[in-house]
Design a protein around this ligand. Structure first.
Ligand SMILES: NC(=O)c1ccc[n+]([C@@H]2O[C@H](COP(=O)([O-])OP(=O)(O)OC[C@H]3O[C@@H](n4cnc5c(N)ncnc54)[C@H](OP(=O)(O)O)[C@@H]3O)[C@@H](O)[C@H]2O)c1
Length: 253
């Protein structure tokens, strides 16, 4: 397919690479800053512009991967008639695009994407949706060219998975960041925890998470909990988090 990409950030870059690798023809990158549009266009070997009124109207598919706030502000400069236009946001409904086209949809990558040095270990789960049967079929066929893991999900289903994604990815990563900071201040080596982090995640391929719970909170080991909380007194944010997580584990057996 001939594709125009709007945005030049993480999702535009990672999906742009995949789209190109799988034989599609990327015509143009359109982005707010000419410099980021140019960098991505160079990598994808296509044209670029920072002027939305110069968007190439000859593509079959328009992939809009800008921030959620910018998405809600797309105006008539992006007016694309009946072209198929899709966005990549988990938490926005597909009809945020209804003012710029009559055929719109969503291709939400249920994965944390970073343009720098990211080796994808497996196909990205793609949650797709569209406003007509015809658009859905075109989008589904396109999605399967870049990933074998494609699922239909409407706005509500996508939003629910977006919430779960925040819990399993953003929140756990925040805990890693707190732990790394704590280790560095206490002279402990955070890298020693990496096998534990990986093992905990890998087990979920075979077992449900509630059966894999371990640690002092699930054992109701008050003595150890008190020792940990004492050590955390100089770190009020982590102390607070530890208390909340312990309470959540103890009260959700
Ligand atoms: N990253 C992920 O892991 C991930 C995963 C799934 C879904 N998503 C969704 O994908 C979308 C893009 O996310 P991202 O991570 O790629 O974001 P990002 O890396 O921050 O890139 C955002 C892009 O939006 C452009 N932009 C920002 N404000 C703009 C405006 N007012 N007008 C036009 N363009 C504007 C930026 O342009 P400049 O280059 O000029 O700054 C940049 O190219 C979001 O809806 C996000 O929720 C992200």
């Amino acid at each position: 397919m001939r594709v125009v990409i709007v945005g030049a950030g993480n999702v535009a870059t990672v999906l742009g690479r995949l789209i190109r690798q799988h034989g599609h023809h990327i015509l143009q990158v359109v982005s707010r800053a000419a410099v980021s549009a140019e960098i991505l266009a160079k990598e994808l070997d296509c044209n670029f512009t920072d002027d939305s009124s110069l968007i190439d109207k000859s593509a079959d598919l328009y992939l809009i991967a800008v921030t959620d706030t910018a998405m809600a502000q797309l105006d008539e400069r992006y007016s694309l008639g009946d072209k198929l236009v899709i966005h990549t946001a988990g938490s926005l409904p597909k009809d945020v695009l209804e003012n710029i086209t009559t055929n719109f949809g969503v291709l939400y990558p249920l994965q944390s994407l970073r343009k720098q040095n990211m080796q994808l270990q497996q196909d990205i789960p793609l949650l797709i949706d569209a406003n007509t049967v015809e658009s859905f079929e075109v989008l589904r066929d396109f999605a399967y060219t870049i990933s074998a893991n494609v699922t239909k999900a409407n706005d509500e289903e996508r939003l629910k998975l977006h919430v779960a994604a925040v819990l399993v990815s953003n929140f756990t990563n925040h805990l890693y960041a707190l732990a790394a900071d704590y280790c560095s201040k206490e002279g402990a080596d955070f890298n020693l925890l990496l096998p534990l982090i990986e093992e905990t995640a890998l087990r979920l391929r075979n077992y449900p998470p509630n059966e894999m719970r371990t640690g002092p909170a699930i054992r109701k080991d008050i003595h150890t909990l008190q020792k940990h909380l004492h050590l955390l007194l100089p770190y009020p944010a982590i102390h607070n988090m530890y208390l909340k997580m312990t309470d959540s584990i103890m009260n959700n057996p």
